[in-house]
Write a protein of this length. Structure first.
Length: 227
């Protein structure tokens, strides 16, 4: 009993040394990050049978949110359920553009440091596979963010190693902050589709994206200190 009491007392005095989860002493303390699960609602994204991209995007985004918050970040999701931000009555193309615009507005209003959009790829060929990260060609910081995330994704065992690429897609072209769009894999690839539906693989993808974000923000901090 005395040993247990002594141990509890020791823990009490040591407790202030270790920052509480989410506190300023954690690696991302004070940062706000916007995580964007692509598509949602009437817009399913890529579809293969009963598999909808929008659901995979959200599942990975929710795991990523937990991980970033555990490191001290404030995470703002552009959606946390099966919906999108378009208003009723708009033409499909106009609704899509309106939805994307609102997602970027969320990032602006939250004063986020970065914007990361989660998607799943799909093409006609069944042979393509691997995760790839996109950035806007005019955004140097966006490119660095994408490359950090891509580098982390390369460490997943057996994953096809793809390179970060430039893209003119709406959310990257119009983002006012460093932005990356992560295509976590291909629904059109049967083996990869099975992986993407596996909760443990989704967790692994979220871990790698989180690590890339963390390294990017650490590098930005170091630049400011050196500058």
């Amino acid at each position: 009993m005395k040993k247990i009491l002594a141990f509890l007392i020791l823990l009490y005095f040591l407790a202030p040394v270790f920052p509480a989860p989410g506190g300023p002493g954690t690696s991302l303390g004070g940062r706000t990050i916007t995580v964007d699960p692509g598509h949602g609602g009437y817009d399913p994204g890529a579809v293969r049978g009963e598999v909808y991209e929008k659901n995979i995007n959200l599942q990975i985004a929710l795991e990523l949110k937990k991980m970033l918050e555990a490191r001290g970040a404030k995470v703002v999701l552009t959606r946390d359920g099966d919906y999108n931000l378009a208003i009723a009555g708009l033409h499909k193309r106009e609704a899509h553009r309106y939805d994307l615009k609102k997602r970027l507005e969320i990032a602006d209003l939250s004063k986020a440091s970065i914007f990361v959009s989660i998607h799943v790829n799909c093409i006609c060929s069944r042979r393509h596979g691997g995760a790839e990260v996109f950035f806007h060609p005019w955004s140097e910081k966006g490119k660095i963010l994408a490359e950090f995330i891509q580098s982390e994704l390369h460490t997943i065992p057996g994953i096809r190693k793809r390179a970060a690429k430039a893209s003119q897609c709406y959310v990257l072209r119009n983002s006012q902050i460093p932005a990356a769009l992560v295509e976590v894999g291909y629904l059109s690839n049967g083996e990869e589709r099975k992986n993407l539906l596996d909760s443990q693989y989704q967790l692994l993808l979220a871990e790698k994206i989180c690590a890339g974000i963390e390294k990017f923000l650490a590098a930005e901090d170091n630049k400011q200190k050196d500058g």
